[in-house]
Design a protein around this ligand. Sequence first.
Ligand code: ADP
Ligand code: ADP
Length: 229
Amino acid sequence: KIVVAARHVAKTYKEGTLRADVLEDVTFEVRRGETLAIVGASGAGKSTLLHIVGGLDTLTRGEVEIDGHLMSTLSDAQRGHLRNRSLGFIYQFHHLLPEFTALENVCMPLLVRDTPIDEARERASYLLDRVGLAQRMEHKPGELSGGERQRCAVARALVTKPACILGDEPTGNLDEHNAAQVYDLMLELNREIGTSFVLVTHDRRLAARMDRVLELSGGRMHALTNQAA
Ligand code: ADP
Ligand code: ADP
């Protein structure tokens, strides 16, 4: 089963007479339960691609399929619904709400989906426990370390049981030790829960931990057969 597919995706930015062909012809698929890393130099178009797959940016050509649905055939409302149901997001900066505790932050995506509060708290507590924050649930983001905040963001992304998590440099602001820890945690949760992960990173060593590594360069996707860092 394919959870995310991009086929012949192209993206051209136009500003006045300036044209930038950022993505020329990008095709890739993510299977259920698979972990995929997309590497590439700064400016290669990794964020642009993730934004397109996540429905945040428009494409110039090609198509994106999420959980068996062709995005181009859906209304805006249906696209939003599909995104909320099937995708989870992790960013370089945690985007946790500073006024709320870790537990409240992780409950939030469920509460906005009208999940009963007891059920939301139970699921959020379970995930916070799984990411090693059982003793930190009542702490606000400002009282957590950088690594703890990112682990909280991982719990928040998983709480709605998405088919696939999209991560844009999810450990980009962590040191090597904490970054590796967060990657290992994501892999552990992937094996346990079966959620697919697509992580964009410039760090090839972290990327090599994933099932598969693709490189974006020259506006195209290339399979990396030699995964040595
Ligand atoms: P990466 O994530 O691999 O560093 P990006 O997707 O952020 O790459 O950017 C790819 C290229 O697209 C860069 O050259 C960037 O300047 C350009 N770009 C990104 N967003 C825009 C935009 N909104 N308008 C014009 N150019 C953009
Ligand atoms: P916020 O203002 O809440 O931090 P953003 O402006 O970063 O949110 O993003 C707005 C919406 O776009 C979010 O609901 C998120 O789901 C989606 N989004 C943000 N970043 C990405 C990304 N890299 N890839 C796909 N979707 C994204």
